[in-house]
Design a protein around this ligand. Structure first.
Ligand SMILES: [Zn+2]
Length: 123
């Protein structure tokens, strides 16, 4: 059984919202590079004292790590949205079976079913 139209619409809304949230979060400390889904963390110049420089670098490093993980998430969400448009959404990429609705509800960008997810880590 393919994913129900109604449920699919519900999941699409969630994905679009998720995409917006990620983009908003990224906008706080990074700017788009012009490549879709790619952001560059801004270096926040607080001041010129050694202490200030140290916290600038610290903040920048933290933001870089956050940027990377948000970008990664954004990629997965965009990918899921593309599959929703093109068809094939909700199918496990490892075994080809339908992904559990409960899993999709909890994580609409899921690429694998629960079983395959447990066998191979990630996504
Ligand atoms: Zn599977």
């Amino acid at each position: 059984m393919a994913v129900d139209k109604k449920i699919q619409g519900e999941l699409e809304k969630k994905l679009i919202q998720e995409k917006k949230d990620i983009e908003n979060e990224l906008a706080h400390f990074a700017k788009p590079t012009g490549i879709p889904g790619d952001y560059a963390t801004k270096f926040n110049d607080i001041g010129t004292d050694i202490d200030e420089n140290a916290s600038e670098v610290e903040e920048y490093t933290d933001n870089l790590a956050l940027e990377r993980s948000l970008e990664e998430h954004l990629k997965k969400v965009s990918y899921a949205l593309a599959k929703l448009g093109a068809g094939g959404y909700g199918k496990c990429e490892s075994c080809g079976r339908e992904i559990e609705i409960d899993r999709l509800r909890a994580y609409p960008a899921a690429k694998r079913c629960v079983k395959c997810k447990q066998e191979a880590r990630g996504g």
